[in-house]
Design a protein around this ligand. Structure first.
Ligand code: C2O
Ligand code: CU
Length: 474
């Protein structure tokens, strides 16, 4: 062949290659675009894990609390815009809602003027699915002038929080959130709430205040400090003086928590810990997180600050083992939840997006279960960043982290700090039928695609997602 012909062939192949690349990219872009409206069951239609017989027999709205029971606790929450802040009943954080175990809780959300609409999600509370507050999945966003009533039985004792699940990456940080406490029916020790939150452009606050917050407590008295991390990133907390006990994680009591000193506790985004601290006979005690602290003691009593300890309290080996109530060694199904990252198109936008099991956007798998299934999940992260993973409607127990089996009190969580490089084995019982979000609680990450659903076979939803639906859970 003459050099002229060879050059022509090379040019042709080159042009063909470019054309092919353009076609493939165009196809990737087109197929990543979302329709104007779609249902979450359609969303995952092509990518379900463990699906069978997709014949819906229930709607998410079937799963409600007993309609005949009267409410024991009744609260009205008015969502309002206040400059860049969004408030419940004029404040952010909104009111701390308290119930006793077994109470029927009724919360009426009124949206006064939040233009995008709002909802209330009960983070960590395994409510019936219709009460989960996810716009476009379990209800429509509540638009200005509208209301929605949440009703559920407060079955789990513990520290929880509530927040809007409509455009949550904006509405939560701007203030649509508050603490929800379920107390046991008997006598309780005095408690204090410490909600950590960073409003846009500000430094971190505790219960809405910057720096130091004080609460009166008597000398020698034990206090249960309920720490809630509502930020997008993990944080640490520690007690400046003296020993403390880690009484509960994500609302579940630790079995036989021992006293520790000189250790900090990690709270991933969305997570809670209850710490038992004791007020000294003279002076006060101080619970700290970077930038803020809660001082407990008589008015004016001094409490020294201390830098964060170097060592962590590791829940994997803290407390005493106890029966789980189910057998995870013989699961009904196992699935992988592999978090990664790669370039591609998400909703028509090019970027370097999070992936779940290598997929993004409409190809992200939904995890299908049947009621009663014992499920083991292998959760790993190779995405280069930490992710606070949160499953709605269920709690899971950590069996293993990075090849090391759990040896402490059963470590039940609803929000788990998954560092880059981590491999967790976790297990749960599918005992709360519905369609549940299973996402990263660094809420901008959820928006960037780190989000999927746990769906029960046979459950459908009539609520719609998509640009024209008015619903954007995230
Ligand atoms: Cu704190 Cu999907 O929620
Ligand atoms: Cu994330």
């Amino acid at each position: 062949m003459s050099p002229g012909i060879i050059a022509r062939v090379v040019r042709l192949i080159g042009a063909g290659g470019v054309a092919l690349a353009v076609l493939l990219t165009g196809w990737a872009w087109l197929s990543s675009r979302m329709p104007d409206t779609y249902s979450v069951t359609e969303l995952h239609a092509r990518a379900q894990v463990h699906a069978h017989e997709p014949v819906p027999t229930h709607s998410v709205t079937d799963f409600v609390a007993d309609k005949a029971t009267d409410a024991d606790v009744r609260v009205e929450l008015v969502a309002r815009t206040n400059g860049n802040r969004l408030t419940f009943n004029g404040t952010s954080p909104g009111p701390t809602i308290r119930a006793r175990q077994g109470d029927l809780v009724e919360v009426v959300l009124h949206n006064q003027d939040v233009p995008d609409g709002a909802t209330v999600h009960w983070h960590g509370v395994d409510v019936p699915n219709a009460m989960d507050g996810v716009a476009g999945v379990t209800q429509d966003a509540v638009h200005p002038g509208e209301s929605f009533t949440y009703r559920f039985v407060a079955e789990q004792v513990g520290t929880f929080w509530y927040h809007s699940h409509q455009i949550s990456h904006q509405q939560v940080i701007r203030g649509l959130l508050g603490v929800f406490v379920i107390e046991p029916a008997g006598a309780t020790m005095p408690d204090a709430v410490a909600l950590l939150h960073t409003y846009p452009g500000e430094s971190r606050s505790l219960n809405g205040a910057l720096g130091e917050v004080r609460q009166d407590a008597r000398p020698g008295e034990p206090v249960r400090v309920r720490v809630v991390n509502t930020d997008n990133s993990p944080t640490v907390v520690w007690v400046a003086e003296g020993p403390y006990r880690l009484l509960a994680i994500d609302g579940t009591d630790v079995v036989e928590p021992t006293e520790v000193s000189g250790r900090k506790v990690t709270l991933t985004a969305g997570a809670r810990v209850d710490l038992e601290v004791r007020v000294p006979q003279s002076g006060a005690t101080r619970v700290q997180a970077p930038g803020v602290s809660l001082v407990l003691g008589p008015p004016g009593a001094a409490a020294p600050q201390s830098p964060a300890p170097a060592e962590f309290l590791d829940p994997l080996s803290y407390g005493t083992p106890a029966p789980l109530g189910f057998d995870p060694t013989d699961p009904d199904l196992e699935y992988e939840y592999r978090i990664g990252r790669r370039p591609g198109f998400l909703g028509g936008r090019p970027g370097y997006w999070w992936t779940i099991n290598g997929k993004m956007g409409r190809n992200v798998p939904a995890f299908m279960v049947d009621q009663g299934d014992i499920v083991v999940v292998r959760l790993s992260n190779r995405s280069g960043e930490v992710h606070p993973m949160h499953l709605h409607g269920h709690h899971y127990v950590v069996l293993e982290r990075n090849g090391v089996a759990a040896t402490g009190s059963p470590w039940w969580v609803d929000s788990l700090n998954v560092e880059n490089g981590d491999d967790f084995v976790i297990a749960f019982v599918a005992d709360n039928p519905g369609i549940w979000m299973d996402h990263c609680h660094n809420l901008p990450h959820a928006r960037e695609g780190l989000m999927t659903h746990l769906m029960y076979n046979g459950v459908d939803t009539a609520f719609l997602l998509g640009r024209r639906s008015g619903n954007e859970p995230e």
